[in-house]
Write a protein that binds this ligand. Structure first.
Ligand SMILES: [Zn+2]
Length: 411
């Protein structure tokens, strides 16, 4: 069995405080890390490092778990650069542009969609993302939703059925009929390729009754729950997500005190602890608040109040929301920098949220942390510390990425 030693590490972010590291990131120095068969098998003082078949010299750079981007919409065709330019010239974002992408996506070939998914996934990987959730939601027919998920499943296990992204034009004025389609034949066609079901619960999209119906029937089909909620204004989405035991409610830009309390209460009943190796039962694990600052950046909207959530004890994740309309970035380092600068997260909180937090939002215990037994998904920075991700915004600091223990970039 081939082994790979990563040494000369400036700082190792483990996200495992209990293992003797400093602070919530479980920082360790003077250590090396051994990979075998796609897993981390040993972390310890560099001077005791076992012999290995191959070696990667981190050259004093920081080593972190790969980013876990728990919210992305990669299966689409076309772009909406002109809509972005119009918005920057003063037009508001309403979400209506989604229908533009739906038309382009339906008209695209499988290979066109596949090329876009692979291109964006590779782009994200070069920036340190080793786990990526991918949603459907630009097909909105039985056939197009199923093929979107089938293509997404070629590159990730974290696929999400988002037939309830927007009511398509052919169902204008008949949302109940469309929800019937989503809950019936569309779900049946999509479920074999999906791990999760999601609903855009927002004024102008789907209301709480629709969201509850779709999530409930999705859960009966064996899918985990997630929700787009409280992005454009206050609403019932966050509390509905917590009530139904959703793994994550995403956006969380407009929250009432009751919303924050509900999220915090779900976190305190969360039996899992970061990095303990246990597989938490889905219904026991709390609901994560996933913040998507790329969307506020790209729509020039007020950012969510991450400080309020963190101070209340809510588990926070960061993700890109990569999509052609409201957040066309695949860059988790960019989101970390925005979170620190604009959402009053500390660099450590932002890095945790982009790694371990994303893993929580996907209910994964094998990624987002570095300890023996987990997947060897990690990045090496051209910088001595995780602080540089926010301190040096816009700079391509990720020098190497290991995915399942396999180096992805130049050595
Ligand atoms: Zn989204």
């Amino acid at each position: 069995m081939s082994s790979l030693l990563v040494d000369n590490i400036g700082e190792l972010v483990t996200n495992v405080p209990a293992a003797g590291g400093d602070g919530p990131l479980g920082l360790r120095r003077g250590v090396a890390l051994l990979v075998e068969a796609g897993r981390v098998v040993w972390i310890g003082p560099a001077r005791y490092a076992p012999a290995a078949d191959r070696r990667i010299d981190a050259e004093g750079g920081a080593v972190l778990p790969g980013f876990v981007d728990s919210h992305a919409h990669l299966v689409f065709a076309g772009d909406r650069a002109a809509e972005f330019a119009a918005r920057m010239a003063g037009e508001p974002y309403t979400g209506g542009g989604i229908r533009t992408t739906v038309g382009a996506t339906r008209a695209a070939s499988d290979d066109d969609l596949r090329d876009t998914v692979h291109r964006l996934r590779d782009e994200a990987m070069r920036q340190g993302t080793t786990t990526m959730e991918i949603k459907s939601g630009y097909g909105l027919t039985v056939v197009d939703e199923a093929r979107s998920l089938r293509i997404a499943a070629e590159v990730t296990a974290e696929t999400t059925f988002l037939g309830a992204h927007v009511v398509p034009a052919e169902y204008a004025g008949r949302p109940d009929d469309y929800v019937g389609l989503v809950c019936g034949p569309m779900l049946t066609a999509a479920a074999p390729y999906a791990r999760w079901v999601d609903v855009f619960c927002e004024r102008g999209a789907f209301d709480a009754d629709h969201a509850r119906a779709i999530l409930t029937v999705g859960q009966s089909a064996g899918l985990g729950l997630r929700l787009h909620a409280n992005q454009l204004g206050p609403g019932p989405g966050v509390r509905l997500g917590v009530e139904l035991g959703a793994a994550s409610v995403d956006h969380c830009t407009h929250l009432s005190d009751a919303d924050v309390d509900a999220l915090a209460d779900s976190a305190t009943t969360d039996g899992s602890t970061a990095g303990d190796g246990s597989t938490s039962g889905d219904r026991q694990a709390g609901t994560v608040a996933t913040l998507l600052p790329g969307a506020e950046f790209s729509t020039r909207s007020p950012y969510p109040d991450a400080r309020r959530l963190l101070d209340a004890g809510v588990t926070v994740a960061l993700a890109t929301d990569c999509n052609p309309g409201s957040s066309y970035t695949s860059s988790m380092p960019f989101c970390v920098a925005l979170a620190v600068r604009e959402m009053r997260m500390t660099p450590a909180e932002a890095v945790w949220a982009a790694t371990a937090g994303g893993a929580r939002a996907l209910r994964r215990t094998d990624v987002g942390v570095l300890r023996p037994g987990v997947r060897a998904d990690l990045m090496i920075l051209d910088a001595p510390s995780h602080l540089h991700l926010a301190y040096r915004p816009g700079v391509p600091l990720v020098r190497q990425v290991l995915h399942n223990g396999v180096p992805q970039c130049r050595l």
